[in-house]
Design a protein around this ligand. Structure first.
Ligand SMILES: [Zn+2]
Length: 308
């Protein structure tokens, strides 16, 4: 019991709502479903190979047998936490998930997209069709499963985003920036990547975020009202959550836009709307803004970086 620990745990390092975990780990506990408060960096069980994901609708996560790269990414994620601390890792992983979700949404026919970007989309589509099969979206949809589809590539760039040395390069002069863009592009399968003036979440991060402190979690379990009531554990999925989920599942079954489903999920809110973000009236506006840079001019891309 985390909440009975003395001294109390660093609550900021944990998610603010309990969720179900790995079914094999939980099978040791008799008496119904087990709800736990996981740290922010727990996305999969490395021992049994089950996806846990961010708190969602409490569907059991899929078994990752055919995707060992997702389990390997969880190990890499743990090393990132060990190296730079939970706060840097929290911000970096959410930022990376948001970037990949934006890239998943991009139209491969857009002149700025490259065939390698489309290749990433193919990999993400394959994983998402395994986790949420076509024509079974209503029954199997969960945003958490879509996070699983992009997790390995997200962790691969989170390692850069969370590192103070790489952040300094991203915020540096043209020569330092080009070292950063070459590596992040290579990790995303786009070795010729150059920051663009529109629809480029990496360029937005370079311009607005890389030189600022990591964004913190919006709340903690200890601060959540009524968290000490045992009944709270049975109601982690509220009626409002359920309704929101059902709406998202219906929308997904019609449109199948996985990037949008991730970008609208509350897990990535803290990096879509940061403390210094320009206030937008609607959340769609905030999502749009999170991949809209100002400094990199559209006319200069692709090929060279323009300074406004
Ligand atoms: Zn397990």
């Amino acid at each position: 019991m985390l909440e009975l620990r003395d001294p109390p745990p660093t609550w900021e390092a944990f998610r603010h709502i309990p969720q179900i975990g790995c079914p094999r780990c939980d099978a040791r506990h008799p008496g119904g479903p087990v709800f736990r408060i996981f740290p922010h960096h727990r996305y999969g069980c490395t021992r049994h190979g089950y996806w846990i994901g961010p708190p969602d609708i409490n569907h059991p996560g899929p078994y990752l047998e055919i995707f060992p790269d997702i389990v390997a990414a969880q190990r890499r994620h743990l090393r990132l936490v060990h190296r730079h601390g939970w706060a840097a890792a929290y911000d970096a992983v959410l930022t990376a998930l948001m970037i990949c979700a934006h890239l998943w949404e991009q139209d491969p026919d857009n002149p700025y997209s490259t065939s390698v970007l489309a290749l990433n989309q193919v990999v993400w589509n394959v994983r998402s069709f395994v986790f949420i099969p076509k024509n079974a979206e209503r029954e199997t949809f969960s945003a958490s499963r879509l996070f699983a589809a992009i997790y390995p590539e997200a962790i691969s760039i989170a390692v850069l985003i969370g590192s103070p040395a790489w952040r300094r390069l991203a915020a540096g002069d043209d020569e330092q920036l080009s070292r950063f863009t070459a590596v992040i592009g290579w990790r995303l399968g786009d070795p010729l990547y150059q920051p663009r003036g529109e629809r480029d979440p990496i360029a937005h991060w370079i311009e607005q975020d890389c030189w600022r402190p990591p964004s913190p979690p919006p709340t903690t379990f200890a601060a959540a009202p009524g968290h000490r009531r045992p009944s709270h554990l049975d109601t982690t999925v509220t009626r409002a959550n359920r309704e929101r989920h059902d709406k998202a599942a219906l929308w997904f079954s019609r449109k199948r836009r996985p990037g949008q489903a991730i970008l609208h999920h509350r897990t990535v809110h803290p990096v879509v709307i940061r403390e210094w973000s320009i206030q937008m009236e609607r959340f769609d506006g905030a999502i749009w803004q999170s991949h809209a840079p100002h400094r990199f001019q559209p006319a200069a891309a692709p090929g060279r970086i323009g300074q406004a």
